[in-house]
Design a protein around this ligand. Structure first.
Ligand SMILES: C[S@@+](CC[C@H](N)C(=O)[O-])C[C@H]1O[C@@H](n2cnc3c(N)ncnc32)[C@H](O)[C@@H]1O
Length: 343
């Protein structure tokens, strides 16, 4: 039995023994014959296909020996045919999370809402003493850190899948002296356990974490105390999107509703809209110019393959915004109250 296992193992795992040297000489001998034949054919005016056929036999016969060389030729060919930005993307180490983190350096609120309006919405929430806050898709936790600064005895949980954003959230919390009152969780928002109840649950610009507004509102409700509050920030169609805008956005008309439809949908999940803020065009502009401008500036100041990737991401995003959703996509942050009597 041991012998059989040994044989099977050796079939699967043992490296193939090296070719006997005789084989090497035979291969090279064939090359030695075929090359002059091809040259002769060329000199004697043989037609191109037969010369190519003869030359083609060489790499076929020598496949094992020429493979590294052929790989090199293919890689070189692909590299020289690729555009500059494709080449940079291959060499760059930047991923989407890192680019997004960089893009928000000058606008840590990852939504088209100004700091003043974030404060206004949070003040309007009028949280009770010792309030508990949950932020689903918290990003760098700009909203929650502001809430903790406003409500000095509140505590919070922030959930996000981006390690990069959570690292930044931790740094901001440290710098603002709020680290003792916030716990950060790196996991999908939908997996955050419904173990405790909260006075305020935020989900701003992150409804895609649950698959849309309805699923988000239904999910958020489960974490809330009766009469608890939710701050849900969501896009809506400010105007009917043109087919071109939809193509650039990679969206379909049913991805968002208009403003009345958005409010109605949220309320149909057992909420009342007790306040809301609709972002204006200057907030959108500030957000988008920050996003794209910060990236372009970084690219200029850090030349190299990463800079090319970052510049390409900024330009692609700016095109999508300027030619696609500027003035078409709106953003509303709804302050919703869970209806006390409904389950
Ligand atoms: C547009 S940002 C909004 C961040 C923050 N709410 C704010 O307004 O500043 C969306 C955030 O959702 C996070 N996200 C995306 N999918 C997620 C998921 N399945 N679970 C948790 N977070 C998610 C992203 O990493 C990103 O930080």
């Amino acid at each position: 039995m041991k012998h059989v296992i040994g044989v099977v193992r050796s079939l699967w795992h043992e490296p193939r023994p090296p070719d006997p040297p005789r084989r090497v000489w035979r291969d090279w001998a064939l090359v030695g014959v075929l090359v002059p034949v091809a040259v002769l054919e060329g000199v004697r005016g043989a037609d191109l296909p037969s010369v190519l056929l003869t030359l083609g036999l060489i790499p076929t016969l020598l496949w094992r020996r020429t493979r590294p060389l052929l790989m090199l030729v293919i890689a070189f060919g692909a590299t020289s045919l690729a555009t500059r930005s494709e080449r940079s993307a291959w060499m760059s180490r930047m991923d989407r999370q890192q680019i997004s983190h960089l893009a928000h350096r000058d606008h840590p609120i990852a939504a088209p809402v100004s700091g003043a309006h974030v404060t206004r919405l949070l003040r309007r929430a009028r949280l009770p003493e010792g309030a508990r806050i949950l932020d689903l898709g918290c990003g760098e936790a700009a909203w929650t850190l502001r809430a903790l600064a406003l409500y000095e005895d509140a505590t919070a949980d922030g959930v996000d899948i981006s390690a990069e954003a959570l690292r930044a959230a931790e740094e901001h919390a440290d710098r603002q002296g709020l680290w003792e009152r916030i716990r950060l969780h790196e996991k999908p928002a939908a997996d955050f356990p419904v173990a405790e109840t909260y006075d305020l649950v935020l989900c701003v610009g992150a409804t895609h974490a649950f698959g849309g507004l309805r699923a988000t509102a239904e999910h958020v409700r489960r974490y809330l105390k009766p009469n608890g509050l939710a701050l849900i920030g969501e896009g809506f169609w400010e105007r009917e999107p043109t087919p071109d805008a939809l193509t650039r956005l990679g969206a379909s008309p049913s991805d968002f509703f208009d403003l009345p439809g958005t409010v109605a949908l949220a309320e149909s999940c057992g909420f009342d809209t007790v306040y809301a803020y609709t972002s204006d065009l200057s907030e959108w502009d500030d957000y988008e110019w920050s996003w794209t401008g910060t990236l372009l500036r970084w690219a200029n100041e850090h030349p190299g393959p990463d800079a090319d990737t970052v510049r390409a991401a900024a330009r692609e995003h700016r095109d999508m915004w300027l030619h696609g959703y500027r003035g078409v996509l709106g953003f509303v942050t709804l302050l919703l109250q869970r209806q006390g009597s409904s389950q």
